[in-house]
Write a protein that binds this ligand. Structure first.
Ligand code: UDP
Length: 408
């Protein structure tokens, strides 16, 4: 890590109040034999979406324990990202006409990125399908890992058959939860993502700071807030959230805030956002703002956070809100099922009507909100802080040594 007298990175030791000294020591012990290991993470955007959100603190935490960790994002023309978004949708169960032309663009752009990026690291982690074929064009110096964040419970078979040979060129595949396991020659591991409690989005805020942040965007706080923070993406079901809110407010007056962004690698976002504008009114607030302190303030001040996804590899937003002690209603899908135990630390819902009922129930019962919120915070502390994720990577990296050297 470059020396600096002025700047200091978050360290594993800083997590001691949350995870205990013993866990800190265990992680540092695991990192010691991996000192100076050269690691590269590759994904398709530095901005927007959960993968960029995760890589930003993870790459720094890896450096802070002595792994020389870099982050590269592949780039390409808009056609490429429109194709990869369609692939993403099809992996989550949508349809796709994967024509020869589309394959050619996909393969060529990834090849061009392989030429631009020398990936001669000891460990290379490639995130999601966009850069997947990079492995074909690079001379491996160490194991390559494909880390797929997508909800793979029902991938479109034709697309998966096309991608499988690429995945099998990797030395390991990591999925978020065991339900996403595939029939593959490559060994599979399951790690759920995690959050950084020290970043602006998750650190503690005073009530005055929350007030100030909400006032800046003229968000009214006279009625309880129902909030969803998500990229404008159909899988996040923002239309369903609006419908659930409209049903719920017949019984309890409240305000809905949908805060969203549009990731650089997601060409559909603008369209989804524009389709929502018809719902906008005094109590249905749609916002696109690049302000992570606003995300924090909304997740803290909300009476209820909703993440009504129809597919979700893992919901970082769910973990973020739970960390803040806010009760979360999540779609009963994918990774969210591993984050929320229905009725214990939040609610899982299968329909707009169920979502509306849970909103009403929570808005009417402050003690229930308090109870679910506290348990939510506790479960994030135990299972979803970044140190757990780091430790799983360290175990994976260390586990390769013997096996990989024998094979090559
Ligand atoms: N996010 C944000 N601003 C927004 C919308 C989303 O900062 O307007 C963040 C959100 O807080 C979370 C990430 O983007 O950290 C989204 O990750 P998630 O796993 O929930 O969904 P993904 O976008 O990866 O499908």
């Amino acid at each position: 890590m470059p020396p600096s007298s002025e700047h200091r990175l978050v360290r594993v030791e800083d997590y001691a109040p949350f995870i205990g000294e013993e866990a800190v020591e265990r992680i540092l012990d695991k990192a010691r034999p991996l000192q100076d290991l050269r690691v590269a993470h590759v994904n398709s955007t530095y901005y927007g979406g959960g993968v960029a959100e995760l890589l930003s603190p993870l790459t720094l935490l890896m450096n802070s324990v002595g792994l020389l960790t870099e982050w590269r994002a592949i780039q390409g023309p808009s056609d490429f990202f429109s194709i990869t978004k369609k692939m993403h949708n099809a992996l989550q169960g949508g349809c796709l006409r994967f024509t020869r032309m589309k394959r050619r663009i996909y393969e060529e752009v990834v090849y061009q990125n392989a030429v631009r990026n020398l990936l001669d690291h000891d460990r290379v982690i490639v995130h999601d399908p966009q850069p997947l074929p990079l492995v074909r064009h690079s001379r491996k110096r160490g194991p390559w890992i494909w880390r797929c964040h997508v909800d793979l419970s029902q991938p479109l078979p034709e697309l998966w058959d096309y991608l499988r040979p690429y995945v099998e060129d990797y030395d390991a595949a990591v999925f978020s939860v065991p339900e996403y396991a595939q029939s593959l020659k490559t060994p599979q591991r399951f790690f759920m993502p995690a959050i950084d409690p020290f970043c602006i989005k998750n650190r503690d805020l005073t009530e005055a700071e929350i007030d100030e942040r909400l006032a800046r965007y003229c968000i009214p706080t006279d009625l309880p807030l129902v909030v969803q923070v998500s990229r404008f993406d159909r899988w996040k079901d923002p239309e369903g959230v609006v419908r659930a809110f409209l049903l719920a407010r017949r019984e309890v007056p409240c305000t809905l805030v949908l805060l969203g962004n549009i990731a650089n690698d997601d060409p559909e976002g603008q369209e989804v956002y524009e389709a929502l504008l018809k719902h906008q009114e005094e109590r249905v607030i749609l916002l696109i703002r690049e302000d992570t302190a606003l995300v924090n303030a909304l997740q803290r001040r909300a009476a209820v956070v909703v993440q009504k996804s129809l597919r979700e590899g893992f919901g970082l937003t769910v973990a973020e809100a739970m960390w803040k002690g806010t009760p979360v209603i999540g779609g009963n899908v994918g990774g969210i099922r591993h984050q929320i135990q229905n009725g214990h630390n939040g609610f899982l819902v299968d329909s707009v009507e169920q979502c509306a009922e849970r909103i009403v129930q929570l808005l009417k019962d402050p003690r229930l909100r308090e109870r679910l919120g506290q348990r939510g915070r506790e479960s994030v502390k135990r299972h979803f802080l970044l140190t757990r994720y780091l430790e799983q990577y360290l175990d994976l990296f260390a586990g390769f040594e013997a096996r990989y050297l024998l094979k090559h």
